[in-house]
Design a protein around this ligand. Structure first.
Ligand code: SAH
Length: 224
């Protein structure tokens, strides 16, 4: 059974939150260059409207970032799709996410890889995300309240690390937790503009692919 089938009518949604709305979002993702059918199938299944406030639910399947409280946002679906696609090319089994936020990216990943580890610095957001994981029945997601700049050393190395907030430069501790052959996908840059990067760990060091311009909330230090 899929998470949606388990949950019944609420997750399936109605009108602007219906399966039809999710299907249309996925069609648009495909039209705008998302090719990986596994990613499209996962995003067709995860009810994005359950990861945002009810007052915004009617906008859940627009291709836009939306506020989730605490001055943070759920990423734009296209960006979630592109990052997931970039990471899946390396066929990871265990993935670390920095910046749980609403939990949506972690939920999508959990349908595609064996284990998802996710770290969030704002306790209130993490609690909400955990409630969503429980409600949807996504037991392969493990989460932690901490400053994600340090990664999650106890469970390292990871086949892939995905950072969903932007830093001026990547913290070397995150790179150190990428397994050989694995990758790190992250927005990098300051107010002058951010680029989505994929660093692939090769024997001689990291190879860098530039995936395009993006706009993320900043990666901050400390915990709240
Ligand atoms: N992946 C999220 C996107 C959330 S926006 C989603 O699918 O909804 C980025 C998130 O990163 C915010 O929740 C923010 O609080 C968190 N964040 C910022 N700096 C962080 C840090 N140093 N460690 C962990 N989380 C951080």
């Amino acid at each position: 059974m899929t998470p949606l089938q388990r949950l019944g009518p609420e997750a399936l949604g109605l009108g602007m939150t219906s399966q039809r709305a999710r299907d249309r979002m996925v069609e648009r993702l495909q039209e705008t260059g998302i090719r990986d059918l596994r990613v499209l199938a996962a995003m067709r299944q995860i009810p994005r409207h359950l990861f945002i406030d009810e007052a915004l639910a009617s906008r859940a399947y627009e291709d836009t970032a939306l506020p989730i409280g605490c001055a943070q946002t759920i990423s734009q679906p296209w960006v979630v799709a592109r990052m997931t696609e970039a990471l899946l090319e390396r066929e990871p089994r265990r993935v670390l996410e920095i910046g749980t936020g609403s939990g949506y990216q972690a939920a999508v990943l959990s349908l595609l890889v064996d284990e998802v580890y996710t770290v969030e610095r704002i306790d209130e957001l993490l609690r909400q995300a955990r409630r969503r994981f429980r409600k949807l029945g996504l037991p392969t997601i493990r989460s932690r309240h901490d400053d994600g700049n340090a990664g999650w050393a106890e469970h390292a190395p990871f086949d892939a690390v995905i950072v969903t907030a932007a830093a001026a430069a990547l913290d070397p501790r995150l790179q150190a937790q990428v397994a050989p052959g694995g990758c790190l996908v992250a927005p990098v840059g300051g107010s002058g503009g951010q680029q989505l990067l994929r660093l692939v760990r090769e024997e001689s060091g990291f190879r860098q692919d530039v995936l395009g311009a993006v706009s993320f909330v900043p990666l901050l230090g400390g915990v709240l």
